[in-house]
Design a protein around this ligand. Structure first.
Ligand code: GLV
Length: 326
């Protein structure tokens, strides 16, 4: 059998690429930006396997152009850019990377939560702008306490559960809402279930850790923001379109909620003209939830092993459609 061909849509760390190079002839897209649709079609058309990121659209059109494709490996836990059902229909396994990045993403969720509560970015901007003229002022920069506050976690998947573990260390009172109620996990993670409107009404901090699906698109929009406390802080580490950005802008501008912290936006990258960027009560980072070096390396290696398994016709370690696996 001839050596399979693999297309990797973004530069990976060498340790991960080496795993694929052991079994395949690898082409790596050399640019910083993702391959244009036509280029992805062309490359996929002559490949047996592709390794993709969240910016590459893998849909029926792409799969039509790639008759030899027998493995798709996504370097992410979220699969909203991949038509998994279409891949399944064609018997193509889709690998992804659950588990390895949940802790780092939960760490970042806590960093955003703490930063927004205690106004670290805002006060740093003020200091760097020359605002710190009085040694200590008893009424300046008052933020919110995190300890003993109520945290509402929306989505109790791996990331949501890691957030709960961390929040317990901060003595937070934790409620969660998710599609499925996990009664078996409630005691272990110290969380109690709440209906979505109740969670929004009770929580001092609302953290979103759900996948993007048609059901979660604009899960937080005007009516949901109206249920939140005026002192509440919204944190999004899931996908940008889970929040309606225009509604969030209005809620932050009008003081309907106190602050927000976003690691994801809609669109990405956020436009520098986006009105959200004019607000001081917004903390924002450029989709860095899992961007810690050891985690990213482990994620890349898992994606590489998934691709290799698919190319060999073996079950992938983490497969979103195991029914398509031989
Ligand atoms: C990153 O956003 C991921 O889904 O892993």
């Amino acid at each position: 059998m001839s050596t399979p061909r693999a297309f990797v849509t973004r530069t990976l760390l060498p340790e991960a690429l080496d795993i694929i190079r052991e079994v395949a002839d690898v082409t790596v897209w050399p640019e910083e930006t993702p391959p244009p649709v036509e280029e992805l079609r062309r490359q996929a058309g002559s490949s047996d396997g592709i390794l993709t990121t969240i910016m590459d659209r893998v849909d029926a059109d792409l799969l039509d152009a790639a008759p030899n494709l027998r493995a798709i490996s996504q370097l992410a836990v979220g699969l909203d850019n991949v038509d998994v059902a279409e891949a399944t229909r064609r018997g193509i396994p889709v690998g992804y990377t659950p588990g390895v990045l949940a802790k780092s993403t939960a760490d970042l969720a806590m960093a955003l939560l703490l930063g927004a509560a205690r106004r670290t970015s805002e006060s740093e901007r003020w200091l760097r702008g020359g605002g710190w003229q009085i040694q200590f002022h008893p009424t300046h920069w008052l933020g919110q306490d995190v300890h003993d506050a109520c945290l509402g976690i929306v989505g109790l998947g791996q990331i949501g559960r890691e957030i709960a573990k961390r929040a317990r260390g901060f003595d937070m009172d934790i409620v969660y809402h998710s599609r499925t109620r996990y009664t078996d996990m409630e005691a272990e993670y110290g969380v109690r279930y709440a209906e979505f409107p109740d969670l929004l009404g009770q929580a001092d901090f609302v953290v979103l850790s759900v996948p993007l699906t048609p059901q979660t698109h604009h899960l937080i929009s005007g009516p949901q923001l109206a249920l939140m406390k005026p002192s509440a802080i919204l944190i999004n580490v899931s996908r940008g379109p889970v929040v309606d950005p225009a509604a969030l802008y209005e809620a932050l501008r009008d003081g309907q909620i106190a602050r927000a912290a976003l690691d994801v936006t809609s669109p990405e990258p956020i436009s520098m003209d986006d009105p959200l960027l004019t607000l001081d009560n917004l903390v924002i980072t450029p989709h860095i939830g899992s961007a810690a070096l050891p985690t990213r390396l482990n994620t890349m290696k898992l994606a590489a092993r998934n691709l290799v398994a698919g190319l060999r016709g073996e079950p992938m370690e983490a497969c979103a459609n195991s029914e398509a696996t031989p």
